[in-house]
Design a protein around this ligand. Structure first.
Ligand code: ZN
Length: 85
């Protein structure tokens, strides 16, 4: 079960508790991971906009090529070069 599925299931099964109380630790950790993921995605999108490609999700910070995912800051080529340094 993904973090998102876990949180959605909790909210569905416990709508009142989800609205007013602190969720159990396992749900709280999943919510924090999802928030961190959203922040990374938003940051990556900002970088893409800053280099003139608002249609991209992310940009390699070394060579400026398009990255499909948002978790990395380097493309595979630049990542390998960085590891070899
Ligand atoms: Zn690169």
């Amino acid at each position: 079960m993904s973090d998102r599925e876990l949180v959605e299931l909790y909210v569905k099964l416990n709508p009142i508790a989800a609205a007013v109380g602190a969720p159990p630790p396992i749900v709280e950790r999943a919510v924090k991971r999802l928030q961190a993921e959203d922040e990374r995605r938003a940051r990556a999108k900002q970088v893409a906009q800053a280099v003139g490609h608002p249609e991209w999700n992310n940009v390699c910070r070394e060579c400026g090529c398009e990255l499909k995912g948002f978790t990395s800051e380097l493309c595979s080529d630049c990542g390998l070069r960085w590891l070899a340094r």
